[in-house]
Design a protein around this ligand. Sequence first.
Ligand SMILES: Nc1ncnc2c1ncn2[C@@H]1O[C@H](COP(=O)(O)OP(=O)(O)OP(=O)(O)O)[C@@H](O)[C@H]1O
Ligand SMILES: [Mg+2]
Length: 353
Amino acid sequence: MQGLHMVGVRHAYGRTQVLNDISLTVPAGELVCLLGPSGCGKTTLLRIAAGMERLQGGSVTIDEQVVAAPNVQVPPEERQIGFMFQDYALFPHLSVFDNVAFGLFRLDQGAARTRAMEVLEQVGMTHHADKHPHLLSGGQQQRVALARALAPKPRLVLLDEPFAGLDTNMRARVRQQTLSVLKQTNVATLMVTHDPREAMFMADRIKVMGENGQILQSGRPEDIYYNPVEEYVARLFGPMNMIKGTVRNGALETSFGVLSVNGQDDGAAVRLLIRPEGINLSSNGDQPGDTPVEVISAHLLGDSSIVRIRIRDGINSGAEFQARIPGAFDLMGGGRTWARVDPAHVFPYPQEQ
Ligand SMILES: Nc1ncnc2c1ncn2[C@@H]1O[C@H](COP(=O)(O)OP(=O)(O)OP(=O)(O)O)[C@@H](O)[C@H]1O
Ligand SMILES: [Mg+2]
């Protein structure tokens, strides 16, 4: 198979085990995101793939060539990998053009020039070719670093937090451009981030890593968001509402009516997590499952609002929840408000003993 294949990779720094039996595949043309908290070993895994860290256990294969295994250690410069670091690591004393041409020493001068200009064109930076990096904005430097990584036509691209230094607007734009350049190139890309929304946007598949250097879940972005296999994964996307209870007939009786809890045994103590965007508000209360609530506060964030609500009566009356609704919250003339839960945003997990 073309692309990257890591099997059973383990790594320790001294006595501290950082990576435990990590296996992953990045087919050519796909972008896989490693999503995990600070210190879980993401950079270490990229460094092992690149050959900058010596393999301690497992194997690494790129385009069917074993580049690291117990008795194999192909040096980084022979792995045909494009690497982009968080700080871009451009050479300050070289022009944009020379930065990009730097890795093209195998080509003759004419061919190197053509190729460097071709990738600069791809990232929209030809008119800055003669400038030095310090004259460029963060977003422009990022594009040069991407061009430099892609210039030698690598078999694999490794991106370590490639947008971390950019402000929100620039980040969104550069992300989109980077993604389209990578997709045109049809290269295998392994990208590291600790921003779940960035992973959702960029990835064909996401690998969620936990604090102990293990992969907790792998899947398409929609699997990670709609079918999080454990509470940690569900909570990646922000604060959650929680209801505790005991399962009866495959369901839990809650302030929002009877919610089914697939996969949990009767009598089991469960925690039901509900995403704020899974609580819908309305002013007429005419749908099944509508529950009368009192609005405590509403804060407009821009494209959405966070609305705190309190259950008026029935089960758990007085309990408070957080809803996230599109746009501004309109009190609709001070009228009453009802809340309804969308089952697609409800996740039951066993209560820890
Ligand atoms: N050269 C090293 N020697 C000893 N310990 C190290 C070394 N490099 C990293 N570590 C430790 O290994 C663990 C994993 O580090 P790594 O840089 O891979 O994490 P990360 O997931 O990339 O974190 P971040 O999101 O903060 O970049 C951390 O606890 C770190 O302190
Ligand atoms: Mg890191």
